[in-house]
Write a protein that binds this ligand. Structure first.
Ligand SMILES: Cc1ncc(COP(=O)(O)O)c(C=O)c1O
Length: 363
């Protein structure tokens, strides 16, 4: 083949490294009965209503989906109490992050976020050839004052994961509002709330109100986590209609498939399943936090469906040893925190299995 090279922004990108799928570990290690606590997925799955809607939608997959996500849009608008033209949808919120980068960033711009955080912010930044500026977390938490200290006339996009991935920590309304007050006029604050339904703290920001108030804010959420539809890929954003129109200009025409649209819409009719997911997460988090404390391990205060634990030594070997015992968790090295690991909350049985294996591994 002739020497074909990608454009220089693409050449610098690194592919996303996902949590190991169960099937891959089964093949590699020749073991079965694996517990995967590595990708912040729901342990109990979606609402039966969502599954039923997906089955029905399957009958019609010879047809293209509705590019506007008509049914999902109107149900979600009502659910959130926002106008339909303030909603945008993506093939996961990953897709929206990508499209936000494509739409609003160029090579002379700067992007500000915390570190460590979700890798796709950097991907969106790099794709545009923009410059990433990061403020280290403080006490496992986004230090929003430190982010604001990085603002200048080139700042065009600011990413805040709230709660943050991989640490699960949260920023309060007061902190976010202080950041907003310092946000440069031409910058957009992306509040990524993939885990917002798990939050129990009372001082969590009412971020949709910032959008209603005309602040430069985009709120991102997903059906992958508490609605347990990660495999179908549906994320959404709440933003000023002008932002939504730009995203409409760059997105693929049918970027959310029909099965996903109907399953997501139906899952809004089942608050009971959301409550069950929340309760199981809460109970699991308490169990893991108590066990870590007993083992003398430091762990971040999580408001999400996972915990970030510091083993005090290289976690890679610990993660490998756990995998050999059939438990997959996420090592901290790719996040730049090599002694830590991220553990998704599972069912009680899965959490107990993880703790048993961990005790064996730590000796
Ligand atoms: C903070 C954060 N944002 C966005 C996503 C992407 O979610 P999805 O593309 O499945 O909607 C994730 C997934 O893990 C995440 O942790």
């Amino acid at each position: 083949m002739a020497r074909i090279t990608a454009n220089e922004n693409v050449a610098r990108l690194v592919p996303y490294v996902a949590g190991k799928p169960i099937e891959e570990v089964e093949r590699e290690l020749g073991i079965t009965d694996i517990v995967k606590l590595a990708s912040n997925e729901s342990p109990i799955g979606p609402s039966p209503l969502a599954l039923e809607a997906a089955q029905t939608a399957l009958q019609n997959i010879r047809m293209y989906p509705e590019g506007s996500c008509y049914v999902l849009r109107s149900k979600l608008a009502e659910h959130l109490g926002v106008p339909e033209n303030m909603l945008m949808f993506g093939n996961g919120s990953d897709d929206l992050l990508h499209n936000l980068g494509l739409s609003f960033l160029q090579s002379t711009d700067e992007v500000v976020t915390g570190a460590p955080t979700f890798s796709q912010y950097r991907a969106a930044c790099n794709l545009a050839g923009a410059t990433m500026r990061e403020a280290p977390l403080r006490n496992y938490t986004f230090d929003l004052d430190a982010l604001a200290d990085l603002f200048n006339e080139k700042t065009r996009m600011v990413f805040v994961a709230n709660p943050n991935n991989p640490t699960g920590t949260m920023n309060t309304a007061a902190e976010v509002e202080r950041l907003l007050d310092r946000l440069p006029e031409r910058a957009l604050l992306i509040l990524d709330e993939a885990y917002y339904e798990y939050v129990e703290s009372g001082d969590y920001p009412d971020s949709i109100q910032y959008v209603r108030d005309g602040r430069n804010v985009v709120v991102l959420r997903t059906f992958s986590k508490i609605y347990a539809l990660a495999g179908l890929r549906v994320g959404y954003g709440i933003a000023d209609p002008a932002i939504v129109r730009y995203i409409d200009q760059v997105r693929e025409p049918f970027n959310v498939n029909s099965v996903a649209q109907y399953a997501a819409a139906a899952s809004l009719d089942d608050p009971g399943q959301v409550k069950r997911n929340r309760e199981i997460t809460h109970a699991g988090k308490e169990l893991l936090a108590a066990a870590f404390e007993q083992m003398g391990l430091d762990c971040a205060p999580s408001q999400a469906n996972f915990v970030f634990v510091d083993f005090g030594r290289d976690s890679m070997q610990i993660c490998d040893d756990l995998m050999r015992r059939g438990v997959i968790i996420r090592p901290g090295k790719p996040f730049g925190t090599p002694t830590c690991a991220r553990v998704t909350i599972g069912t009680q049985e899965e959490n107990e299995r993880f703790l048993r294996a961990l005790k064996e591994v730590l000796g």
